[in-house]
Design a protein. Sequence first.
Length: 276
Amino acid sequence: MSVKIRLARKGRKKQAYYHVVVADSRSPRDGRFIEKIGIYNPLTDPATIDINFEKALGWLQKGAQPTDTCRAILKYKGVMMKKHLLEGVRKGAFDEAEADRRFNEWLKGKEEKIEMKKSGLEKIGEELRKKRLEAEQVIKEARAAEYAKRAAALAAEAEAAAKAAAAAEAPEVAEVAEEAVTEVSEAAADVKETVEEVVAEAAEAVEEAAADVKETVEEVVTEATETVEEAAAGAAETVEEKVEEAAAEETAVKAEDEAPADEVKKETAEENEKTE
């Protein structure tokens, strides 16, 4: 089984801190672990690191492999340095007393560096705070001056506008009256033009209607004339036919009247011939 020294996330969103745990490499990041050996909080300045030195050193000697972040944390707390010195003792490079002396010297120098860093950070923070306050003061003064300047400019503009309004009030009235007269004249011209257009359109409409009526009357008269002529021609033909029929009947009657007379004459002639 491969054992890791790693971080397990705790806390809430954007407020995370971590437990330094010893766990099986196959376990989830925030899952089961073998032992908790410390706490790491990166949200403080400087970061808070609380490590159980003896437990961490013991797990390193047993072969546990720290992750990169945990290696940096253990190195910062001196656990990796202590392990390195104990390896030298085991190999016979020096004795345990020398290892303790070297570790204490390293630890003292480390603490001095940490204190210097903290004091430097405090000093830098104080300087930054002073500079920030000075910058805020300068900004406030500049804003106040700008506001005063704007107020003076606005007052001058208001005074100038009042004077200009008083001086230009009469010309403005005359100009407004002139503009009103011009607008009325333009409106009257527009009305006159509109009336003329309406009258012209009405005259055109009347002329077109009269032309249509005249054309319609001419068409009706032409059709009536043609009808009368056709009726007269039909009546004449009918009269002629009746006259011809009457003449034919008269001729027939005459022929019938003359036929018996001829027969009588013929019979008389035949009798005379026989008598002779």
